[in-house]
Design a protein around this ligand. Structure first.
Ligand code: HEC
Length: 58
């Protein structure tokens, strides 16, 4: 949190579980069940992050 921005920002890392690999696993580029290309992630690999920004009132 910074005084200037007036927001509380939380970030959570996302790690690939077995469940994620159905759509984001290997082989990279092959279409997943949704029709999007897979990213080639491996189990436990960082897949991104969730960022939550909450405005704080003074
Ligand atoms: C049923 C299929 C499916 C599953 C299971 C799945 N996703 Fe996704 N995910 C998608 C689709 C479709 C998109 C949007 C298109 C794309 O970016 O490939 C997406 C997008 C994402 C994005 C944004 C990618 C970007 O660059 O914009 C992240 C991060 C992500 N998924 C992480 C995960 C994680 C972590 C899991 C497991 C907890 C997971 N996904 C499970 C289908 C899935």
């Amino acid at each position: 949190m910074t005084a200037k921005s007036g927001v509380l920002r939380l970030m959570f890392p996302l790690y690939a579980t077995r469940h994620c690999l159905t759509c984001h696993g290997e082989p990279r580029g092959e279409a997943d069940q949704m029709g999007y290309p897979k990213e080639g992630l491996k189990l436990g690999q960082n897949a991104g992050a969730i960022s939550v920004v909450i405005p704080i009132q003074k």
